[in-house]
Design a protein around this ligand. Structure first.
Ligand SMILES: [Zn+2]
Ligand SMILES: [Zn+2]
Length: 199
């Protein structure tokens, strides 16, 4: 399990690697057009707070302290994330606009993290998380918001400044790495790869 934690305690969740969502089509209604870009309305901040309160009452006995909840228009790597110290839950506007039916489960998922954190339990996606998850009726850690196609287009091109060797990574390396051809003995900052994000 690898949870990246930033200084302010923001914990991105990997709530997005989807099993394929199955979309039921109601007969009698026209199927959505392939390239229908009409944005579905997302809940307002007030509606999110009401939803939070309802889920809090239903699943956590109202025990969760307040969190600020917002839609982040630039969050695309995950459907939701939580920052314990700032007491903030952010939901991905771009992903949930396409799949508004996942707003509730994404929020509930983040609330499980909050509950574990407040009860001083390991708040990652471990045993405790799964226990609570089952108790509240979520079936998968990974929501079915299908962002895999989005993710797969992102690439990082690493170029050695010396020999111009190029490597392509799907994730940004967590630490500087240098060219193994030019520095087989270990890390050498003089031949550290230049990293460029593409797509
Ligand atoms: Zn999570
Ligand atoms: Zn090199």
């Amino acid at each position: 399990m690898s949870h990246t934690r930033t200084g302010d305690g923001t914990k991105p969740c990997r709530d997005t690697v989807g099993g394929g969502a199955s979309f039921r089509r109601t007969t009698g209604r026209p199927a959505p057009k392939e390239n229908d870009q009409t944005p579905a309305p997302l809940p307002s901040v007030a509606e999110l707070q009401l939803l939070f309160a309802a889920l809090n009452a239903r699943y956590f006995g109202g025990s969760l302290g307040a969190y600020g909840i917002s839609f982040n228009p630039r969050l695309t790597a995950v459907a939701g994330r939580i920052a314990y110290r700032r007491r903030s839950i952010e939901l991905s506007a771009p992903l949930l606009r396409v799949h508004p039916e996942h707003v509730t489960e994404t929020l509930l998922h983040e609330m499980i993290h909050a509950w574990l954190h407040e009860n001083r339990l390991p708040a990652g996606h471990g045993r405790h998380f799964k226990e609570v998850m089952r108790a509240v009726g979520l079936t998968s850690i990974y929501h079915s918001v299908p962002v895999t196609e989005r993710r797969s287009r992102r690439r990082y091109v690493l170029t050695c400044p010396h020999c111009k060797t190029k490597l392509v990574y799907r994730r940004r390396p967590g630490r500087p790495i240098s060219c193994a051809r030019c520095s087989p003995g270990g890390f050498d900052p003089r031949v550290a790869f230049h990293i460029r994000r593409v797509a």
